[in-house]
Design a protein around this ligand. Sequence first.
Ligand code: PHE
Length: 452
Amino acid sequence: MVTIPAGERDSFGSTIGVIAAAAGSAVGLGNIWRFPYVLGENGGGAFLLIYLGFILAIGFPVMLTEFTIGRRAQRNALGSFKKLAPGKPWYLIGLMGIVAAFLILAFYSTIAGWTLEYLYESITNGFSGKSSVELKNSFESFQAAPFRPVFWQFIFMFLTGYIVFSGVKNGIEKYTKVLMPILLLIIIIISVRSLTLEGSREGLIFLFKPDFSKISWSVVLDALGQAAFSLSIGMGTLITYGSYINKSNNLPRTAFQVSAIDTFIAILAGIMIFPAVFAFNIDPAEGSGLVFIVLPNIFQQMPGGYFFAILFFTLLAIAALTSTVSVLEVVVAYFSEELNLSRKKATIIGSVAISVVGIFATLSFGPLAKYKLLDKTIFGWFDYLSANILLPLGAIFIVLFAGWYLGRKNVLDEISNGGLLKIRIISVFMFIIKFLAPIAITAVFIYGLGLM
Ligand code: PHE
């Protein structure tokens, strides 16, 4: 094992930088593209309530656990386990994380590519004069065409690689610090616009009024998967970022702030989208095309729509970029620290390999659409496997590792910065990571997958 002397490893330069980068990872297509359509498919308000429960009781503690592991070890997602538990099989959690990173980035970059196409369309005024049927058709024919979606996916992977290439402080931190506040501003502007649409009330009722007859175990599993996906937990992204966090940072506070920002933005995305869905008579269970089908309709029919369309797709692309960067960083940190590649080589190899896998995800909306297993396409499987299976599974093992292997003494030492911070929640926290989270996630798994 090579030990890297302190000071040589790249790190975040400031608290604000840490929050921007971690919130940049958490806030992404998961909030603005995935959250609304998964909520729409799962019946609305009741899903939101379960989702919020998972964020608070499981998501936030798991995030704090990941930061703790990463900062303690000062290593990548796999190396952290090797360092803290030498010679033990715990590093397999890290390996699972690397696999999850590949799968996630492969399908995430498909959607990220769509955002660029839509940004391009909005700049060239491509939605104008189209009826809602025509808009839906042009979305579907774009998705299905082999060349354009793959082209945009590659461009997106290139941008991601470029930022990661530049390093943690001079790449990730520098860009997210500028991009995140812009994102927040844009999303607030569009939410206000959507709220003032005529007929917006019904959308708010759908979003906020729970109808418990809609709940089943598979809905609960979807809520858990969405919570894990949205917070970027369960695959070592936040272990990796945690390893770049300064020893004096208040980790519980950072984890809480990041979880809160992520949740706030998901709810804002709901407020931005559902009033419009109902105002324009679109089916909330439309599926993965929801934002791409709904929003161009609004933009075209609202004053200033040209301008709002550009804003929105810029927002979506930015949100996606600050997340893809964090996923790629997991792979790059692993390649460079464990396989001893230079950061540049690691970035190039990682992005190219993922782009190649990603082509299959993208083409599964077109030429590969007919290849289905249990009614899911390749894209569908990448998404389901990573969000609903690998991330929750990763989360179980991560908390078990911290709760039972590291133990209270080490965990407390790390999150209290060696005793400097007073951690009042430590007993609750230990209870959650030793018992509550693993048991709850296992139960949701067993029932949600229909194993019982
Ligand atoms: N949290 C990101 C989003 O919501 C996606 C992501 C998942 C990023 C897992 C990193 C790890 O878009």
